[in-house]
Design a protein. Structure first.
Length: 109
């Protein structure tokens, strides 16, 4: 998977750009409709397609820029960024549990 990460991300960016162009074309085409109901439905559908496409394109590009930045500055990764996709989870640093707080003093009979 580590060798296919960059082409996969590039393909996803290209697909999302295709849907962005499709949404813009649909938005422009909605203005030529005569029925107001058809116009409203097509207009909002085109806006939703554009919004989702822009969000996905931005997310893919930000992820690619982050991986490229970490690879360029030498963070110790030797592959094409596959290790960088897995988030590093730090060890939890919990304080020692104090068991004396929960003990009641012994009652005298």
């Amino acid at each position: 998977m580590k060798y296919y990460w960059w082409p996969l991300q590039t393909g996803l960016v290209l697909i999302s750009i295709f849907f962005l162009v499709f949404g813009i074309d649909l938005l422009i085409g909605s203005y030529s409709l005569k029925n107001p109901f058809d116009f409203i439905m097509t207009f909002f559908a085109a806006c939703l397609i554009i919004l989702i496409s822009l969000t996905l394109t931005g997310g893919f590009l930000i992820r690619m820029a982050g991986v490229y930045k970490r690879l360029k500055h030498g963070s110790g990764a030797k592959s094409a960024g596959a290790e960088l996709l897995e988030p590093e989870t730090p060890e939890p640093n919990f304080p020692e549990k104090d068991t004396t707080m929960n003990k009641r003093p012994k009652e005298k009979p």
